[in-house]
Design a protein around this ligand. Structure first.
Ligand code: MG
Length: 384
C-alpha cells in the first residue's frame, strides 16, 4: 500500500468581517491590506491551503497549512517539491517522511516559513491517513488523551470600544466561556485600560490574556507587563519583535505575567533557544505551521523545561482545528487552546459533520484519523 495521489487545494472564501475586525471599504476586495498598528498583511477573504493525500487503496487523508494570505505559495511547494517524494511511499512511515521532506531544501536554508507550512500540511494529512488505515483517532496514535475535552479561550473580542468588548465578552460568559484574549498593541495606557475594563466587568475568576502583536520595545513591554501582572493576566503574548529572543528573556525575568510566544516558529530547532534562554513561559506553535509531528516534539521539549503549551489557532479551518484538538488532547502540558468563533463557524460550513465547542471546551472528535471530513462539494461552491 502506497501513496498514489497528492493534491494541493488553495481556498479563498468571501466573508463579511475580516479577522480582527472591519475590512477597509475602499480597498480592492482582492488586494491584501495592513491594519495599523499591526504590520502584517491581511486578506478580506478566508484563505487556506488544503492537501489531500490518497493511497492506491483509495483511502484519503486531509491536511491543512495555515495560509492567511497567498495559499498558492504553499500549494506550489506541495505540488512541485513534496508530492514527487511522497508518491509510492508507505503513509505509516510518517516520522521518516517528515525528515525526508525537511531535508529536501534544508541545506538551501528553507527550514522555516512557507516550506515548513507545506511540510506541516502533508504531515497532518499523513496522520489523518494513518488513523483511517488503523481505524483509530489521531490522539490515540499519539499515545492517548490527557483530558476528555479541551479547555479554550475566546480570542480577539473584535469590537472598537471597551464597552462593546465587555458586552461581547458577557455574551460568551452567558454561554459558559470564562477565558478571553484581547488583540491589543494600541499603546501602553490603552492596553492596560482595555484589560482593566474587562477585569472590572468580568471579575477575578475570568482568565484574561493579551496579545500585543509585536508592537512594543523592551522598556514598554516591561511597563505593560507590570500592569498586566496587577490585573492577574494569564499570559502576555507577542510583546516584542519575534527575532529578539534576548529581549523576551529580559522581559520574562523582569515581570511576573507569563510571556507567551510561538506562532512565528515552526520547528523544535526554532523553539530550542526560547527554552534555553528562558524567553517564554508558554509556547504557542500553530499546528497549521508546525504540523502534528513537530508540535508534539515541541511540547515534549517544553515539558522538560516546565513550560506550558497554548497552541495558536487563528484562521485555519476544520482540518487545522481538528488537528489542533488532537494535539491538545495528547500533550500533558496544555494550558488552553485558542478559539475563534467566526472562523469556527466558517470551518464547520465545510465539514460533513461539525466540530463542537461549547461552554469553554472543544469536544475531541472520536472518529478515525482527525475525525472530520471536508465536504468537497461545499468547498467548490464557496470558492470565491
Ligand atoms: Mg497572536
Amino acid at each position: 500500500m502506497g501513496i498514489s495521489i497528492v493534491e494541493a487545494i488553495p481556498l479563498r472564501i468571501k466573508r463579511d468581517e475580516a479577522y480582527l475586525g472591519g475590512i477597509p471599504q475602499a480597498a480592492d476586495p482582492a488586494a491584501y491590506f495592513t491594519r495599523p498598528p499591526y504590520r502584517a498583511l491581511y486578506s478580506a477573504y478566508f484563505e487556506t491551503a488544503f492537501v489531500k493525500i490518497t493511497t492506491d487503496d483509495g483511502i484519503i487523508g486531509w491536511g491543512e497549512a495555515l495560509s492567511p494570505v497567498a495559499p498558492e505559495v504553499v500549494c506550489t511547494i506541495i505540488e512541485q517539491l513534496l508530492a514527487p517524494v511522497l508518491m509510492g511511499r508507505d503513509p505509516l512511515d510518517g516520522n521518516v517522511l517528515w525528515n525526508v521532506m525537511y531535508d529536501l531544501m534544508r541545506e538551501r536554508g528553507y527550514y522555516g516559513g512557507f516550506m515548513l507550512d507545506a511540510i506541516s500540511a502533508c504531515d497532518t494529512a499523513l496522520w489523518d491517513l494513518r488513523g483511517k488505515l488503523l481505524n483509530q483517532p489521531v490522539y490515540k496514535l499519539l499515545g492517548g488523551a490527557f483530558r476528555e475535552r479541551i479547555p479554550c479561550y475566546v480570542s480577539g473580542l473584535p469590537r472598537p470600544t471597551a464597552e462593546e468588548r465587555v458586552s461581547l465578552a458577557l455574551e460568551f460568559v452567558e454561554d459558559g466561556f470564562s477565558a478571553f484574549k484581547l488583540a491589543a498593541g494600541h499603546g501602553l495606557r490603552a492596553d492596560a485600560a482595555s484589560v482593566k475594563a474587562l477585569r472590572d466587568a468580568l471579575g477575578e475568576e475570568t482568565a484574561l490574556l493579551l496579545d500585543a502583536h509585536w508592537v512594543y520595545a523592551l522598556d514598554e513591554a516591561v511597563q505593560l507587563g507590570h500592569a498586566l501582572t496587577d490585573q492577574g493576566v494569564g499570559f502576555f503574548e507577542a510583546p516584542i519583535n519575534p527575532e529578539d529572543i534576548e529581549s523576551h528573556a529580559r522581559l520574562a525575568a523582569a515581570v511576573a505575567v507569563p510571556i507567551a510566544h510561538g506562532e512565528t516558529e515552526r520547528t523544535r530547532y526554532q523553539f530550542r533557544p526560547w527554552l534555553m534562554q528562558k524567553a517564554a513561559d508558554i509556547l504557542q506553535p500553530d499546528v497549521g505551521r508546525a504540523g502534528i509531528s513537530e508540535t508534539i516534539k515541541i511540547a515534549a521539549m517544553a515539558e522538560a523545561f516546565n513550560v506550558r503549551m497554548a497552541p495558536h489557532l487563528s484562521v485555519g479551518l476544520g482540518i487545522c482545528i481538528s488537528a489542533s484538538i488532537h494535539v491538545a488532547a495528547a500533550i500533558p502540558n496544555l494550558y488552553m487552546l485558542e478559539y475563534q468563533p467566526p472562523v469556527f463557524a466558517i470551518a464547520n460550513m465545510l465539514l460533513e459533520s461539525p466540530l463542537i465547542c461549547e461552554a469553554g471546551y472543544y469536544e475531541i472528535p472520536s472518529g478515525a484519523g482527525l475525525g472530520v471530513e471536508l465536504d468537497e462539494g461545499r468547498l467548490l461552491d464557496l470558492q470565491a
